[in-house]
Write a protein that binds this ligand. Structure first.
Ligand code: TYD
Ligand code: MG
Length: 458
């Protein structure tokens, strides 16, 4: 006999409490506890013995289903994996449905059986989008449905599909749960059922998930643990490009990114993001420096912009877009105490042009160059890229994959690179193109000194 149990689940973190409380003890959020009724089935039969095996053995690499959208396939680690589940998260309106419709249509055109279940939009709306994207002829199987019991029944009885897209998991519901669609209980139960089916029938499953305004997928931790890969689709609504970022991947590398551009005709792949991010750069302006960054395994060149404004009275403002405000504060302190750059009486504005968010410490040197250039009112060398981490004593430290960064810089026509001085361990020139002039820096003061005395005296 199935027995109904009542439990209290936090909608923010998924923690289960025995009784209702005002504040979740697990994540500290207020008013997030919701009562849910779950069915507990008694375990059938007795227990079996678990067989242990050695680490060595014959295992095939997982079968990949490549979509042909290179930017998506790279983030997935070579394509969807049969029998696995991928969560694609992102803000509403960022382009998740567009991306998945394009991927699904590409696979269907390649002769794969693809099912697309839309819980948010009616069939006519999806057809309209397909027409606009020029995909109406793709032999895709489309359904508008939200009742998971019906969907599961259909998936279990139909001819096996290669890919099933559920758009979105927050609209799905199981009738034996009393909570509303989108609550942790429903999201968890529906995902569980779909993932079980994917494993049993061998189709690749994509769950689309909306991100709440706090930046988490509803039922966040529960879902992230249940799926094999988590991809976030992000971007600034004001900019046309979108980044697909892998944050978890059991079958591939994380930290890979795919870059797309939202156009009239859907998402276009951007095989060369550096060119896109630098497209609007103007040389010869003080306060700008090009950072040779790395996103996953991929080198990306970005423009760092700094602007200083006099602020003799009051607390100086330090707004930052695309970088860490704490990191900027640290760098300003190092510039002040170790390099004699006086910025205390200035407001400092810092921006990573294009809207990308940089997380690498390797950006320190480029940010410092932009700041020193702004302070001296002298432009940095427009043909030079910068990368390197800065320590608290002002020393410039090595960062990973100098070779890849230098290669990208040369490919985009840069003439020189300012980078950390190599220590005793790493002798010899990095495997950089011969044409590239290398300007190695040991201490940040050496860089600030290039901008002349004005920088130090300001
Ligand atoms: P959508 O894929 O519906 O977003 P999500 O599923 O993440 O909520 O994308 C919606 C936005 O994309 C919408 O504001 C319009 C825009 N868009 C384009 O600019 N070009 C296009 O070809 C398409 C289909 C959408
Ligand atoms: Mg959508």
């Amino acid at each position: 006999m199935a027995k109904a149990v009542t439990r209290f689940v936090c909608q923010a973190c998924g923690a289960v409490h025995p009784r209702w409380v005002g504040r979740c003890e697990s994540c500290g959020e207020w008013n997030t506890i919701v009562e849910e009724v779950a069915e507990r089935r008694p375990a059938p039969g007795g227990a079996a013995r678990v067989a242990f095996v050695g680490l060595r053995g014959e295992s095939e690499p997982p079968a990949r289903i490549a979509t042909g959208l290179a930017e998506l396939d790279r983030v997935l680690g070579g394509g969807f994996v049969a029998g696995s589940a991928v969560l694609v998260g992102g803000d509403p309106g960022i382009g998740k449905s567009t991306l998945l419709l394009q991927a699904a249509a590409a696979l269907a055109r390649g002769g794969r059986r693809v099912l697309y279940v839309s819980g948010e939009e009616a069939v006519e709306q999806v057809r309209l989008r397909a027409r606009r994207l020029g995909l109406a002829d793709a032999p895709l199987h489309l359904a508008a449905a939200t009742a998971l019991r019906d969907i599961a029944e259909t998936l279990g009885s139909e001819r096996a599909a290669a890919l099933v897209v559920i758009d979105s998991i927050q609209t799905m519901w199981l009738e034996n749960l009393e909570s509303a669609p989108g609550t942790v209980g429903q999201v968890r139960a529906c995902s569980h059922e779909l993932i079980r089916l994917a494993k049993a029938s061998g189709f690749a499953l994509v769950l689309v998930g909306h991100v709440t305004k706090e930046g988490a997928i509803a039922g966040p931790r529960v879902l992230e643990h249940m799926v094999d890969a988590v991809l976030y689709f992000e971007g600034d609504r004001g900019h046309q490009f979108r980044i697909l970022r892998g944050v978890k991947n059991r079958f591939g590398a994380t930290d890979e990114i795919g870059v797309f551009e939202m156009t009239e005709a859907g998402l276009a792949e951007v095989p060369n993001p550096s060119a896109l991010f630098l497209a609007e750069r103007r040389g010869n302006i003080a306060g700008s420096a090009v950072f040779a960054g790395l996103e996953g395994t991929r080198p990306v060149l970005l423009e760092v912009q700094a602007l200083l404004a006099q602020n003799p009275g009051g607390a100086p403002r330090r707004p930052v877009v695309g970088w860490d405000a704490g990191r900027l504060a640290m760098l300003l302190a190092v510039l002040e105490s170790r390099c004699g750059l006086r910025l205390a009486a200035h407001d400092v504005y810092l921006n990573i042009a294009g809207g990308l968010r940089v997380q690498e410490p390797a950006a320190d040197l480029a940010v410092a160059a932009a700041l020193a250039s702004a302070a001296a009112d002298r432009p940095t060398d427009a043909g030079m890229v910068f990368f390197g981490e800065v320590g608290l004593s002002g020393e410039v430290r090595q960062v990973p994959q100098a070779d890849a960064r230098l290669k990208e810089a040369a490919k985009l026509g840069f003439r020189a690179a300012c980078l950390p001085r190599r220590s005793g361990r790493a002798k010899g020139r990095p495997a950089a193109p011969e044409s590239l002039e290398l300007d190695e820096i040991g201490h940040l003061a050496d860089l600030v000194g290039r901008f002349g005395r004005e920088a130090g005296n300001r």
